[in-house]
Design a protein around this ligand. Structure first.
Ligand code: SF4
Ligand code: SF4
Length: 178
């Protein structure tokens, strides 16, 4: 696949996915030397500092309808990040339609986890998926007193395990975290 064809395929796949920007895969993205925290903050990104290092919080404020609205100015790690699906398409290991099918299936698991988090009593609040999951799971449930909630909690735990497996196996590249 030529570089031009890959760029077009990646654009189509990423605008059907968004999982490395919407708080599904990452809670934060660390800024790198060369990134300008003040400028990125002015663009609306949620820039925070901790121990002298800057990061931006996810879900990313620049993601609108699965597209990056600051694409030309996006941080270094965003530029460098290619998930496993993109890598497979680029190398010819997978066709674009195969990668799209994996993305669609993964997003179904994301939807299931989101629905189950709400069923477990935590309404949508714009935080990263893992943060929301951990907040739900940190509240103990007595299955004797709240049997229905215990069932919903177990279903959420199972769905999140499955989603993590899918993300680790199909998306997260081993050598570089975003
Ligand atoms: S996880 Fe991969 S396909 Fe999805 S938006 Fe990120 S780079 Fe694109
Ligand atoms: S700046 Fe753009 S590419 Fe980076 S996380 Fe935000 S939406 Fe995604």
């Amino acid at each position: 696949m030529s570089a031009e064809d890959f760029t077009k395929a990646a654009s189509r796949l990423c605008t059907a996915c968004g999982m490395c920007c919407d708080g599904t895969m990452f809670q934060i993205v660390k800024l790198q030397p060369g990134d300008n925290p003040a400028e990125l903050g002015r663009l609306g990104l949620k820039i925070r500092s901790r121990d002298g290092e800057f990061h931006m919080e996810q879900p990313c404020a620049a993601l609108k309808e699965l597209s990056c609205t600051v694409y030309a100015m996006r941080p270094t790690r965003c530029r460098l990040f290619h998930c496993q699906q993109l890598r497979r398409v680029e190398s010819g290991e997978a066709a674009e339609h195969e990668a799209l099918a994996v993305i669609v299936a993964a997003r179904e698991w994301v939807g299931r986890v989101r629905d189950l988090i709400v069923q477990n009593g935590l309404r949508e609040d714009g935080q990263a998926l893992l943060d929301r999951f951990e907040r739900v799971m940190s509240t103990p449930v007595d299955a004797t007193l709240e049997p229905e909630l215990a069932v919903a909690r177990e279903a959420l735990d199972q769905a999140m395990r499955k989603l993590r497996l899918v993300i680790n196996r199909e998306f997260r590249p081993p050598p570089l975290a975003k």
